[in-house]
Ligand binder design. Structure first.
Ligand code: SF4
Length: 268
C-alpha cells in the first residue's frame, strides 16, 4: 500500500495552475512521526513526500530517515529549486525515487507560468551528480500540461531525449491539468484542456518507449491516489472533485484508516 503525503502547503514558486492545499497548516515533527508509525503499522510500504514544496518542511530529513529506517520506500516529488550541489548528500541517502517537476525547458515560459528563472537549467546541473553519486535512485520527470503549456510538450520531449535522458531518467509523466483545489480550481477556465486536445497528446506519447518510459495521465490515473494532507486528513479524488475520507490520521481508528488505504494508491 502506498500514500502520497502533501506534507506542507508552502512553496517557493508560484505556478499559476498549482493545486496545492491553500488552507491547511502543516503538523509538527512529533505529530508527523506518529503519522508514519500509524501508516507503517497498517502496512504502508511506500510514501511519496510532496507538497507544496516538501523541502520547505523543516524536518523532511527526519521524516524520510525514519520511514527509511522502518523499511518504507521513500519517493520525493520536488520542484528541485532548493536542492543544491552542497545539500544533495543530506537528502539523497533517504530517497529511493526522485521526481522533478518540469513543465518546460524555456525560461520565458517558466517565468510566465510562475516558476523560478533557471528552473530547467538548475535541474539539468543536478542530474549528472545524482546519477553518478546515487545510481540506485530512480529519477523521473513530471510535466503538467495545461491549455497554456500544450505547445511545450514536444519541446519537453526533445529536451529530455537529447539533453538529460542519459542521466538515468526512468520515466516522463505527462499529467493533465486538474482543477482539483486551490488556484487550479479558481483558474480552471484559463488552464483546462479540452478532451480532444488532451487525447491527441495521449495518442502521441502514452506508452511510447524512448530511452525512458512515457506515461500520459488523465484525471482517472490520479483518482486512486490516497492523499495525506498537511494536517493529516486522508483524501481521494474522483474526476475533478476531492473527497475527505478521514479527518485526521492521528485520531482515526485503525479500521477507518485500513478501509481508506485499501481503496488504492497505484499511480503515484
Ligand atoms: S505546482 Fe508545485 S512548484 Fe508550482 S507552486 Fe505548486 S507546489 Fe509549487
Amino acid at each position: 500500500m502506498k500514500v502520497c503525503w502533501n506534507l506542507t502547503n508552502l512553496c517557493n514558486e508560484n505556478c499559476q495552475y498549482c493545486f496545492r492545499e491553500l488552507h491547511e497548516h502543516q503538523l509538527k515533527l512529533r505529530q508527523n512521526l506518529r503519522v508514519i508509525d500509524k501508516l507503517y503499522a497498517l502496512g504502508v510500504e511506500r510514501i511519496t513526500y510532496c507538497g507544496g514544496e516538501p523541502l520547505l518542511y523543516p524536518n523532511l530529513i527526519d521524516l524520510m530517515s525514519y520511514s527509511k529506517y522502518l523499511g518504507i520506500t521513500n519517493n520525493l516529488i520536488t520542484n528541485g529549486s532548493l536542492l543544491t550541489v552542497e545539500n544533495l548528500d543530506k537528502y539523497m541517502p533517504f530517497v529511493d525515487k526522485i521526481t522533478f517537476s518540469i513543465d518546460s525547458p524555456s525560461d520565458y515560459v517558466n517565468a510566465s507560468m510562475g516558476r523560478g528563472v533557471n528552473h530547467y537549467k538548475h535541474i539539468k546541473e543536478l542530474l549528472p551528480i545524482i546519477h553518478r553519486k546515487y545510481p540506485n535512485v530512480a529519477i523521473e520527470i513530471n510535466s503538467v500540461v495545461t491549455r497554456e503549456s500544450i505547445k511545450e510538450v514536444d519541446y519537453m520531449f526533445e529536451s529530455i531525449a537529447e539533453e538529460i535522458s542519459f542521466y538515468g531518467i526512468k520515466k516522463w509523466k505527462i499529467s493533465r491539468f486538474c482543477p482539483l483545489r486551490g488556484y487550479a480550481k479558481e483558474r480552471e477556465n484559463l488552464f483546462s484542456l479540452p478532451d480532444q486536445v488532451f487525447q491527441a497528446i495521449k495518442n502521441k506519447y502514452d506508452g511510447q518507449k524512448a530511452m525512458f518510459e512515457i506515461s500520459v495521465r488523465d484525471y482517472d490515473d490520479i483518482n486512486d491516489n490516497i492523499i495525506i494532507s498537511p494536517c493529516a486528513a486522508m483524501k481521494t479524488s474522483h474526476g475533478t472533485e476531492e473527497y475527505t475520507l478521514v479527518d485526521n490520521v492521528l485520531e482515526a481508528s485503525e479500521d477507518e484508516i485500513k478501509k481508506v488505504l485499501s481503496l488504492g494508491g497505484y499511480y503515484v
